[in-house]
Design a binder for this molecule. Sequence first.
Ligand code: S3P
Length: 189
Amino acid sequence: MSDPVAARVAAIPRTIALVGLMGCGKSHIGRRLGGVLERPFLDSDAEVESAAGRPIRDIFETMGEAAFREGERKVIARLIDGPPCVLATGGGAFVDPATRAALLSRAVCVWLRAELDLLVLRTAGRATRPLLLTGDPRAILGDLMKKRYPLYAEAQVVVDTRNEPSENTLARVLAAIDAWWTNRESEAR
Ligand code: S3P
């Protein structure tokens, strides 16, 4: 690994968990981060889908949101016990107090913070997210921002995402994780 920042982040013995609202880029940035750090990339939504054997939209329709949340909690508890990876969490995962506490104590949580316009743009035209199918996506996302942003703000690392090439976001994510970990280590000394 030639980039010293990436090499330092790769040596952190914790999972890196990406949190934030739908459309903020957790899966896209997470996949690229996993590539750079040479770690497996996992996506809690995909893991819940494979455990249930059906897409999230079906889980919500046939079993209800509570069943989805239960599956999400179990999946993340299992993944956090495994070897360090890069984990993209579903947008509601960090809202659950038990999941949030587990992630904060065992992982490095990175909130990809985004403006409403960007979230609306990035989620448009996809029918895979059940919460956005029940009304006007802009109004729903705006409401979720009010409720969830104070919780996402508990993440150890916060990175603003913009409509920009993902290399730029990725570089800021790496730099912010490196700065947080280096500072934490020096305080522990
Ligand atoms: C949800 C976000 C989705 C998925 C589910 C519920 C939420 O994940 O877990 O549709 O509550 O915000 P993404 O954030 O990956 O879209």
